[in-house]
Design a protein around this ligand. Structure first.
Ligand code: EPZ
Length: 446
């Protein structure tokens, strides 16, 4: 069982460079199948999820070179659109976007029902509704696979019932060769979606946002190869920012882009915690006299407060002078880390705020989530202490690492394979900032 041993209490100080965005690199690998030319993906983070997508690409018959300088070069000339094995596809959510690119190119695809973090049911009903609307025949016979095929991909209009980040991406990839054009309404506006649009347009697609939450894809005959650089990972920026603040340190996050983080930076202002926008990044850390103020935050799809920032924000609020509320409106089950934080002394109680129309208000399908708590009341300030904790998903796991770095004493964190899915060399980069953290592979090594 892999684990981290962390001796907390040291401030994180210095400079760290943000990696390329996980949630762009994963989809760029699927998008490369839209052309038989070579596609070069630069600034790809070398994380387990990216390597899992590379494995799927190779299984489909693509030539994939992974270069040491974070470049992935994909050539899909020899691809046969075989079934993506359940064991491979079920490892991660992003595998479902292959439904879009394989059907676009080969008019068929057999893709496992996606897995990913256990932060909810995470069905893909919205993706399937959209694919069917543009003439793709998709069915699921309960054996773990979605089967899709299409003679031609019709143009047409499709309105997403509720926001879906990867659903929007799947429909974009499925529509690039459509007859006429496809209009997607109530489409996701996450910056990662815009980065994928940038990639397919570099390949010769005609995709643009025509108005708020509306994307138009004009069909083209063919796409060509390109070289594409992945945007910085804004979720990793937030992880490093909160790490600097809760350890009373100061960290310059090189590559952090203000435009991707607007509401996070505004929330930091509301919490009374400064930051400094510099030429090539952003510096985070509390100033001497600054103390953290309590806040009320509700997660939402872009441009709202990103759900992947919810766990680190809750940790930050354990330092606030007073009571804060963190309301998770995107996923139905994203507070599993709260009981682990409680083992470190955090005072957090889960509850359900009064919501007029939950079916409308929450981004998840209400029937998937009505039985869970959707908000946390955080009482601060509390001094955290060491503990033995279990990591159960990616962003929550990173938050528990930050908590252990802030807490006095030695903590032991299991389940770090969730960290390896989304953070490259996490402990090495934290050690460079002064953290006392080491990885152990066997229980006895503690
Ligand atoms: C993507 O997940 C990201 N993952 C998530 O990052 C991110 O938190 C999320 O978008 C929001 O931006 C990848 O890109 C691989 P959704 P996804 O479709 O596709 C429900 C990380 O750690 N829903 O917008 O799951 C769904 O269950 C991950 O990097 C349906 O019910 O986001 C969820 O509750 C975590 N039916 C909510 O909507 C559908 O057909 C948002 O899902 C689609 C979604």
């Amino acid at each position: 069982m892999k684990a981290f041993v962390i001796s907390g209490g040291n401030p994180l100080k210095g400079e760290v460079e943000v990696s390329g965005a996980k949630n762009v690199a994963l989809k760029a690998i699927a998008a490369a199948f839209l052309t038989e030319d070579e596609v070069e993906i630069k600034n790809a983070p070398f994380i387990d999820d990216v390597m899992a997508m590379v494995e799927i690409a190779r299984k489909l018959g693509a030539d994939v070179e992974v270069k040491k300088d974070h470049r992935i070069i994909i050539n899909s000339t020899k691809v046969r659109p075989v079934k993506i094995p359940l064991g491979m596809g079920a490892k991660l959510r992003a595998s479902s976007v292959f439904l879009g690119s394989l059907v676009s190119r080969y008019k068929k695809a057999v893709v496992p029902n996606p897995g990913g973090c256990r932060i909810g049911a995470r069905p893909i009903d919205r993706h399937i509704d959209g694919l069917r609307k543009i003439g793709i025949d998709v069915y699921y016979n309960g054996d773990g696979y979605f089967r899709a095929k299409a003679d031609i991909i019709k143009g047409g209009e499709f309105r997403f019932e509720k926001n879906t980040h990867t659903g929007t991406e799947t429909l974009i990839l499925a529509s690039v060769f459509c007859r006429g054009k496809v209009i997607l309404e109530n489409a996701a506006e996450e910056p990662e979606v815009d980065d994928l649009i940038r990639l397919v347009n570099l390949m010769g697609a005609k995709v643009k946002r025509t108005k708020a939450r509306t994307i138009e894809i004009v069909g083209v005959d063919k796409l060509h190869g390109t070289s594409f650089e992945v945007m910085p990972d804004r979720n990793e920026v937030v992880t490093m920012a909160v790490g600097a603040i809760v350890t009373n340190g100061r960290v310059f996050v090189k590559g952090a882009r203000e435009k991707d983080l607007k509401i996070f930076l505004r929330s930091l202002n509301r919490a009374g915690v400064g930051y400094e926008i510099k030429e090539k990044g952003i510096e985070f850390g509390k100033k001497e006299k600054e103390s953290v103020k309590p806040t009320k935050v509700t997660t939402n799809c872009h441009p709202g407060f990103m759900t992947d920032w919810q766990a680190p924000w809750t940790l930050l609020m354990t330092e606030a002078d007073g009571e804060s509320i963190v309301h998770e409106a995107v996923y139905e089950k994203r507070f599993s880390y709260v009981e682990e934080l409680a083992k470190m002394g955090a005072k957090i109680s889960l509850f359900n705020p009064k919501v007029e129309n939950p079916k409308e208000f929450y981004n998840f399908n209400w029937e998937d989530g009505e039985k869970y708590y959707h908000a946390a009341k955080v009482f601060g300030p509390t001094k955290l202490h060491n503990a033995v904790v279990e990591i159960s998903d990616l962003r929550a796991g990173a938050t528990l690492v930050l908590a252990a770095l802030a807490a006095k004493g030695t903590s032991y964190l299991t389940g770090i394979e969730h960290i390896d899915r989304g953070y490259e060399d996490f402990e090495k980069r934290l050690r460079k900032l002064g953290a006392k953290i080491r990885r152990i592979d066997k229980e006895g090594e503690l």
